[in-house]
Design a protein around this ligand. Structure first.
Ligand code: C2E
Ligand code: CA
Ligand code: CA
Ligand code: CA
Length: 279
C-alpha cells in the first residue's frame, strides 16, 4: 500500500489479484453449488400479443450463494461455461424445468410451453439430443411443450454442425428458438435452413425503441424477415405500454418483459397466472 500511492502500479496489481482471487473463489463455490442445492429456477411468463393469453414461461437460473447472496446468471454462466460446469448445471436446469412444467400441466395448463436456455458448450455436446429425450420421457412431457433457446451467435458459429444438432432436436418434436436475434451475423440463407420455430428479438433493440434511434427500423425488418420465413417473432424486455403497442401493431406474435411479468419463483408463478386469467 505504501508503493501504491506513489505510482499507482501496485494498486492496480493488488486489485487484479483480488479480482483473480474472487474469480477463483467463485469457481470453487460453483463446483459445490449443485450438490449444495443452491440453484433455483425463476419463471418469466410469455404472452400472445394478439389476445394477451399466457403461452408459458422461460426458465431462468438463480444462484443463492451462502455469503454473496443472489449471484446473477451473467456473473456465473460464463465461468460455468469456461470450466465445463455448465454441462451438469444445464442438465439440472432442464430436469427441474421439465419437472415443474409437468406439475403445471397436471394442474390443468397443458397448453403451456417451457423455454430453456442452452449455452454454447451444451449445444455442441453430442449427448444433448439423447439427454433432452430422456429428460422429457422421465417427466412424461410431450416434446412439443419444450422450447430450446439457442443464441444466434451459437447457432451461426458453425452452421453445418448446428444444422445436424438442430435437425435431430426438431425431428424429435422439440421447438427451437433463436435467442438474442439481431446481435449476431445471420445470413438469410443459413437462417432459412435452420429448423427453428421462433426468433427472439434481442432486448437491446426493444430497449431503445422510443428513443427515435434506428432500432424501430431494425425491429420492423426482423419482424418482416421472420414472417417471410414463417417463424414466430418474440419480443423480450418489453417494459412500457408504448413498446407493447408498437410491437403488437407490427405483428410480433409473443411478448415477454417486466411490463407483463418479471421472472418469479414457481410458488408465485401459478398465482400470477391465475390473476391474468381472471382479467
Ligand atoms: P436471456 O436468455 O436473453 O434472458 C433474458 C434476460 O432478460 C433475463 O435476465 C431476464 O430476467 C431479463 N429480462 C426479461 N424481461 C426484462 C425486461 O423487461 N427488462 C429488463 N431489463 N430485463 C428483462 P437474467 O435472468 O439475468 O439472465 C441473463 C442471461 O443469463 C440470459 O439471457 C441467459 O443468456 C443466461 N441464462 C439465464 N438462465 C440460464 C440457464 O438456465 N442456462 C443458460 N445456459 N443460460 C442462462
Ligand atoms: Ca433466453
Ligand atoms: Ca435473449
Ligand atoms: Ca441475452
Amino acid at each position: 500500500t505504501k508503493a501504491a500511492g506513489r505510482n499507482g502500479y501496485h494498486f492496480f496489481e493488488a486489485s487484479m489479484n483480488t479480482n483473480a482471487h474472487n474469480q477463483l473463489e467463485l469457481m470453487q463455490d460453483l463446483r459445490l453449488a449443485l450438490e449444495r442445492r443452491e440453484f433455483r429456477l425463476h419463471y418469466q411468463p410469455k404472452f400472445t400479443a394478439a389476445d394477451g393469453s399466457m403461452t408459458g414461461a422461460e426458465a431462468l437460473i438463480r444462484w443463492h450463494h451462502p455469503k454473496r447472496g443472489m449471484v446473477a446468471p451473467d456473473n456465473f454462466i460464463p465461468v460455468a461455461e469456461k470450466t465445463g460446469l455448465i454441462i451438469p448445471i444445464g442438465e439440472w436446469v432442464l430436469d427441474e424445468a421439465c419437472r415443474q412444467m409437468r406439475e403445471w400441466h397436471d394442474a390443468g395448463n397443458q397448453q403451456w410451453k417451457i423455454a430453456v436456455n442452452l449455452s454454447a458448450l451444451q449445444f455442441n455436446s453430442e449427448h444433448l439430443p439423447a439427454m433432452v429425450q430422456s429428460t422429457l420421457a422421465r417427466h412424461r412431457l410431450p416434446p412439443e411443450s419444450l422450447i430450446l433457446e439457442v443464441t444466434e451467435s451459437t447457432a451461426m458459429h458453425d452452421v453445418e454442425a448446428s444444422l445436424l444438432t438442430l435437425n435431430i432436436l426438431a425431428e424429435s418434436g422439440v421447438n427451437i428458438s433463436i435467442d438474442d436475434f439481431g446481435t449476431g451475423y445471420s445470413s438469410l440463407l443459413h437462417l432459412k435452413r435452420m429448423p427453428a420455430c421462433e426468433l427472439k428479438i434481442d432486448r437491446g433493440f426493444i430497449n431503445e425503441l422510443e428513443r427515435g434511434s434506428d432500432d424501430a427500423a431494425i425491429v420492423t425488418a426482423i419482424v418482416a424477415l421472420g414472417q417471410s420465413l414463417n417463424l414466430r417473432i418474440v419480443a423480450e424486455g418489453v417494459e412500457t405500454e408504448k413498446q407493447k403497442d408498437f410491437l403488437t401493431a407490427l405483428g410480433c406474435n409473443d411478448l415477454q418483459g417486466y411490463l407483463m411479468g418479471r421472472p418469479m419463483p414457481p410458488e408465485q408463478f401459478l398465482a400470477a397466472a391465475l390473476a391474468v386469467k381472471a382479467v
